[in-house]
Design a protein around this ligand. Sequence first.
Ligand code: AMP
Ligand code: ZN
Length: 451
Amino acid sequence: MIKLYNSKIRKKELFEPLEEKVRLYTCGPTVYDYAHIGNLKTYIFEDLLKRTLLYNGYEVKHVMNITDVGHLVSDDDSGEDKVEKKAREEGKTAWEIAEYYTKEFKKDIKKLNIKNPDIFVKATDTIDEQINLIKILEDKGFTYQIEDGVYFDTSKLESYGEMANLDEIEAGKRVSVKGKKNPTDFALWKFSDPKEKRQMEWESPWGVGFPGWHTECVVMAEKYLSIPFDIHCGGIDHIEIHHPNEIAQSEAAFGKNPANFWMHGEFLTVEGEKMSKSKDNFYTLKDITETHSPLAYRYLVLNSHYRSKMNFSEKAMQGAENSLRKMRERVQNLSYDKKGRIDEDYKKKFLSVLNDDLNSPRALEVVWTLIKDNSIDPEDKKETILDFDRVLGLELNKEQNIPKEIEYLAEKRKKFRENGQYEKADEMRKKINESGYKIEDVKDGYKLKKI
Ligand code: AMP
Ligand code: ZN
């Protein structure tokens, strides 16, 4: 029995798949830049959901889009296309930008042990289907055309915005385009600006242009999962605009909400503020893995509930790194003469917290309790914990390497020595020792050992 919080009804609900196989759609990245670790928190939550479903014995079909066109700098349908803007800034083509950052995104999720979706779809690969959807909406009387594009008339749909708390939508946030009938109306098709030659543009019955970014997800979900499917996920910001707009198109075109469950991950914050590119308060995975392992970030994220805000700090990251190291050491030290058996009581506990709306912090607590429980045979402990790791994805069986931050200190020490800054090099040695490691100089470099 899995209970999941369904944003559609704002409470936890028993999950039952519509058909045998669970169909899952997760909003993917806009590929104009590296993902920041806030984005990655959302993808870790979605991975936890998928792994929990798999662990419960379900088969899962998972689709994720890659937004390579149509996501504008502003939520109000104005401003430049993010990918085209980056292309202009970097002197590359929009296609090159999208391809590069898609590759980087895939590398990031691999490092975080996030399972690949069964299908990745690029928005630019479904332009015809998006045009078709807009035609359906037009035929049904839900659209109107103004100078800069074709818009969805939200006043024509009584249920518009039910999932979002419309009162909470900041007025102003969506009004800016001249000629829009209602502030919440959104672009389905934008015309290319005649003054600026776009790189990504297509012919359409309404004129040359590109699709608005709320259309792609409905189209891809319909194409690869068929509507209605089981679960649609994204970050909490999508409750306000992107997801209501997806629902509106699906209800208008097909008479159905596209998904049975809508799930949203809360924000990662820095000093209490949402991490975002526009605020310039973000870190990428590359930034934080200079001194930490990627899976320490996964541990940090799993250690807070997906519907809680999580504040990122170096201290928290260090704490997660230490906990993961200790957990792995404890698991590896479990003697293993014979193969153990899964402890069914612990498995029940683990499943019951996970199946209660993915309570991963409690699931980690269950692992720690089991590690410390002397009444369980070591081989059974190991077998059980490694079974739990199918959901946690923390590679608990991995040989504990020298931690990243220790390697980083050793590298710094080497550089200081090369530059003749011996005092600073000694400081590094001291820090290494204080962290429980020792460094020995050998013929062509150094060796690190645990004390
Ligand atoms: P984007 O690439 O901007 O389309 O965002 C990718 C995903 O990250 C979306 O599901 C967003 O809702 C989510 N997201 C954006 N900022 C944050 C944040 N600070 N914390 C958690 N998730 C976020
Ligand atoms: Zn989406």
